[in-house]
Design a protein around this ligand. Structure first.
Ligand code: FAD
Ligand code: NDP
Length: 352
């Protein structure tokens, strides 16, 4: 970006609202902020491993539970459409990760990886969370091609190809217990593979799993390979005590070993919950720093859905708009500097 970029530290007017992230929360916030004529600036991130601009839905195939799409559409297509809608209404997009924010002084400063720092009256943090994976090459390959490997049972478990099959859940926490119980609705059997000899999950959840007639647990075991070319056919296991290996046939693998909220770039400037998620006022998106809002999976360790992320993205944009109005800065130069026609095509400093 050049020194004349609106809101840049060398420019004249700070941005009204900078949105950091690129999942359903970020694009929904951008659509609302753009339609309120706030000319939002989105930092959508860069590809890093399995983390892609567009967020977690870039890693999945059919989405069947986002309202408005009776025919399934792919995760990447849904994200492309959300971004296109945001850009259509005047959102500007920079294809870089934000490496740092400075929230100690107003206006705030947002520091991207390569281009110049940007100043902002308000910030919406919508950087999501990353599902943890075991880290096996075949796991990643089949997860990204719809080959029967998933990190979200509520999202994918009802797909026809999982029905009446033996499904494996990896993990021993409450997420793994919830995913297991959910999958019992569709599977012929759910096998929980856990690396130790006891669950970390709460007693009540663990008990529900252990007493379920469709559930079997394989203790002291870890998955060392995922078998199958286009679709999973089995998993290879290693006994963590004896080192013995075995294989068994499965029709689906659900990895449920936790999530990591993407908050590192905040450097502790926003309070977080005990699980590391950004803390917001209950029922709102206001964080512990006035003028900074947060939405989507980065605040949510409970629902973790595209539609709930979009919902809190909407809330964050409305709260940012009201914050600006309350502080009398809705007519900032950044708002009026360019028309929507200009901005619709003015997209993306690409990092690559
Ligand atoms: P995310 O989707 O997590 O995206 C945030 C993005 O922000 C990151 O990917 C990254 O590109 C960007 N970012 C991160 N840090 C920075 C930074 N410092 N600077 C700039 N950008 C940054 N939900 C459903 O409702 N239906 C489904 O069918 C479904 N299927 C799923 C399948 C899988 C395999 C997974 C893992 C999840 C699935 N989910 C599904 C859950 C859904 O994907 C998430 O709830 C949703 O994507 C969360 O949206 P979000 O906007 O909070 O952020
Ligand atoms: P947790 O960190 O609690 O559990 C993760 C589980 O995955 C652990 O059993 C861990 O094993 C296992 N694990 C981690 N890494 C690997 C790996 N590489 N290979 C194999 N296994 C691995 O995460 P959760 O997402 O389950 O829960 C997070 C928090 O959210 C918890 O506090 C939980 O109580 C809460 N939560 C509550 C729910 C509810 O109340 N309904 C629902 C979901 C979550 P090990 O035990 O050996 O470390």
């Amino acid at each position: 970006m050049s020194a004349s970029t609106p809101g840049s530290s060398a420019g004249t007017a700070p941005e009204n609202v900078v949105i950091i992230g690129s999942g359903p929360a970020a694009w929904t916030a951008a659509i609302y902020a753009a339609r309120a004529n706030l000319r939002p600036l989105v930092f959508e991130g860069e590809p890093v491993g399995t983390e892609l601009p567009g967020g977690q839905l870039m890693l999945t195939t059919d989405i069947e539970n986002f309202p408005g799409f009776p025919e399934p559409l792919s995760g990447p297509e849904l994200m492309e459409r959300m971004k296109a809608q945001a850009v259509h209404h005047g959102t500007r997009v920079v294809s870089e990760l934000v490496k740092e924010v400075r929230l100690g002084e107003r206006p705030f400063t947002v520091v991207p990886n390569y281009s110049e720092a940007v100043q902002a009256h308000t910030i919406i943090v919508a950087t999501g969370a990353a599902a943890k994976w075991i880290g096996l090459p075949n796991e990643q390959r089949l997860a990204t091609t719809g080959g029967g490997v998933s990190a979200c049972a509520v999202c994918d478990g009802a797909m026809p190809f999982y029905r009446n099959k033996r499904l494996v859940v990896v993990g021993g926490g409450d997420t793994a217990m919830e995913e297991t119980l959910y999958l019992t609705k569709f599977a012929s059997e759910v096998v929980v593979v856990h690396r130790r000899d006891s669950f970390r999950a709460s007693k009540v959840m663990a008990q529900r799993v252990l007493s379920h007639p469709k559930v079997r647990v394989i203790w002291n075991s870890r998955v060392t390979d995922v078998l199958g070319d286009d679709f999973i056919t089995g998993v290879r296991l290693e006994d963590t005590v004896t080192g013995a290996t075995s294989e068994f046939e499965v029709g689906g693998l659900f990895v449920a070993i936790g999530h990591t909220p993407n908050t590192r770039f905040l450097n502790g400037q926003l309070s977080t919950t005990e699980h590391g998620y950004v803390q917001v006022t209950p029922g709102r998106t206001a964080t512990t720093v006035d003028g900074v809002f947060a939405a989507g999976d980065v605040i949510d360790d409970y629902y973790r859905q595209a539609i709930t992320s979009a919902g809190t993205g909407c809330m964050a944009a409305l709260e940012a708009e009201r914050w600006l109005a309350h502080h009398g800065i809705e007519d900032s130069a950044a708002t009026t500097e360019a028309t929507n026609t200009e901005t619709a095509s003015a997209v993306a400093v690409s990092a690559t």
